[in-house]
Design a protein around this ligand. Sequence first.
Ligand code: SAM
Length: 313
Amino acid sequence: MTSSRRTSSRRTSSRRDGDTWDLASSVGATATMAAMTRAIATRADDELIDDPFAEPLVRAVGIELLTRLATGEEPPGDLVGRAAIDGAKVRTRFYDEFFLDAADTGITQAVILASGLDSRAYRLPWPAGTVVYELDQPEVVEFKTRTLAGLGAEPTARRRVVAADLRDDWPAALRAAGFDPARPAAWSAEGLLGYLPPEAQDRLLDTITELSAPGSRVATESRPNPRPGEEDRTKQSLNRISELFRSADFDPDMAKLRYFGERNEAAPYLAGLGWAVTGRTVRELLAAHGLPPLEEDDLRMGEVRYVRGELTK
Ligand code: SAM
């Protein structure tokens, strides 16, 4: 990608079956925005998050505004509110601890679904022999591999890239990369479920379960279903955020990227598949880490639950 891309390369259009993207367009741009937020949170330096690769990865994608935010040249101001920054801290910490706890129990296969610009394969102290599978759209995973290699970064585990679409036959691609379903694995689906249609979310959780040997672990987010009229407020909020970015010359159009409507909540759905599920809401995690509570919360971020499950079947 270029170093001076001003806006997302393609205008955001509504989601459709089989759509694809890179890190500057459609759902791919949300991965760059997540990394930009991690770069800001890392600079806040309060020991919850240390992602030294977030900033150079965002810079390499080349969306000018996101680069300026990631490097600190542009203050986060209203564009990236405190809720988003503190949210990135507790979310990153949650998944870091999830993988390290799983590794402590002897699990040597980690599968990061929808890995985006996640750098855990390069920054976590994985025990020797751990294989980390990173799955995302081809342009996303290939870009990260190329960029981090160019920066001289070395993975801290045996990293295997799986270029696949989670709406297609991704298990075949995962097995082809060496994944062994007979051995326990630790799975994450971070920042992903809302970008899948409801039935694709169920299929994903079903498939993870089918591929999981006893002792496997899973971590994801579980959102409450919308109350009547609430989705309209969520869309308005997303549109307000998108408008702020658009006025600064970047067009994420976030309301178009998510799938709305009723869906199964991930935590009870996983429990129904046999996982022993525990979790804490964002509100609880912020309090546990001594961070201030959320003020305005149109998106019900405080009620999102980060959950982990263990399969004891
Ligand atoms: N997990 C990363 C993080 O937390 O930084 C990225 C989160 S980003 C909000 C959403 C990610 O989901 C993007 O990297 C996108 O490419 C990926 N994604 C969404 N739908 C997908 C699909 N059908 N197949 C593969 N990847 C998908």
